[in-house]
Write a protein that binds this ligand. Structure first.
Ligand SMILES: Cc1cc2nc3c(=O)[nH]c(=O)nc-3n(C[C@H](O)[C@H](O)[C@H](O)COP(=O)(O)OP(=O)(O)OC[C@H]3O[C@@H](n4cnc5c(N)ncnc54)[C@H](O)[C@@H]3O)c2cc1C
Length: 267
């Protein structure tokens, strides 16, 4: 289902994260999913394309390749039923990428069309402990998931960001143990910082729910550790790569299936 939102507000949450609040008539039929990782496929209109938002998605996708809308997936940080508004938190990673660049320049009045929402995960109410791991791109899903915990539950959260100016506020009715990992404290080519932080965690005994999302290599090594070294059962885990360093989303989607198969063969 296609919808479009008008940018009502743009908030610079951290140096690398921009929140865009969407509302308006294009969200009149929007219906959320029950999942805390629910996301939309935002459709960016390439320069020179012969259509404007709102557009007919099937028609736009039938045009010559350079004019087709470019899809990028973004988690819904929150949906407010009363005001019929929603928030997307975009990582801005330089003035590059259809999505990152759009968010970097977003202004009230801009329009964003999207397909969705879809989703697959919500923290189980049946386990005492949840482990949530990722980078900035996973923060919206982690933050939304933490808000769903009960007072009887606890969460261990490990998130990698550049530095302390990129922390966001996380809150939960449950007990929170948050570890921030700072890339800037490590060597530029050190890709194992997130893994080492997870390896160093002392987790309580008992059943555990696991959510790991973010950069493909980091997700893969953390997965191998959790399912392999720690022997956490695969069932009840939600682990998948959102993006891959040095690959645009188009390049990444071309090889993602193979990558996921190789990752599943790890453990
Ligand atoms: C289900 C799902 C939910 C997601 N939710 C969010 C979300 O809520 N917020 C969010 O910011 N992202 C989210 N992502 C990730 C986002 O879709 C990708 O990061 C996407 O590639 C960004 O598109 P782009 O057009 O900005 O850059 P692209 O054109 O895809 O890439 C351009 C360059 O930027 C690099 N790059 C891409 N993403 C990042 C990044 N996060 N950090 C550093 N470099 C990067 C690429 O490797 C490439 O070199 C989600 C992905 C999925 C699959």
């Amino acid at each position: 289902m296609a919808h479009y939102g008008e940018v009502l507000e743009v908030q610079q949450l951290t140096p690398r994260m921009v929140r865009v609040v969407l509302g308006g008539p294009g969200l009149v039929d929007f219906a959320p999913t029950p999942f805390s990782d629910q996301y939309v496929n935002a459709l960016f209109v390439p320069e020179g394309a012969p259509y404007e938002i709102p557009f007919d998605v099937d028609h736009a996708r039938s045009l010559e390749p350079e004019h087709r809308p470019v899809g990028r997936r973004y988690t819904i940080r929150w949906w407010d039923e009363k005001t019929r508004t929603l928030a997307l938190d975009f990582v801005v990673h330089g003035d590059i990428g259809f999505a990152g660049r759009w968010a970097n320049h977003a202004q009230p009045g801009d329009l964003l069309q999207f397909v969705g929402p879809s989703g697959a995960y919500a923290p189980s109410p049946d386990v005492e402990t949840h482990l949530m791991v990722g980078d900035e791109s996973a923060l919206p899903a982690v933050a939304a998931s933490l808000e769903r915990l009960t007072e009887r539950q606890q969460a261990y959260v490990v998130v990698i960001v550049d530095d302390a100016t990129n922390h966001v506020e996380l809150s939960s009715p449950g007990t929170l143990n948050v570890t921030w990992v700072h890339r800037c404290d490590g060597a530029a080519d050190d890709r194992d910082q997130l893994l080492r932080a997870v390896e160093g965690l002392e987790l309580p005994e008992g059943s555990i729910g696991v959510f790991v999302h973010g950069e493909a290599n980091e997700v893969r090594s953390v997965r191998r550790h959790l399912l392999g070294d720690r022997g956490i059962p695969k069932e009840g885990t939600s682990i998948s790569p959102y993006w891959r360093r040095d690959y645009t989303d188009e390049q990444w989607r071309k090889v993602k299936r193979e990558w996921v198969a190789a990752t599943e063969a790890d453990v």
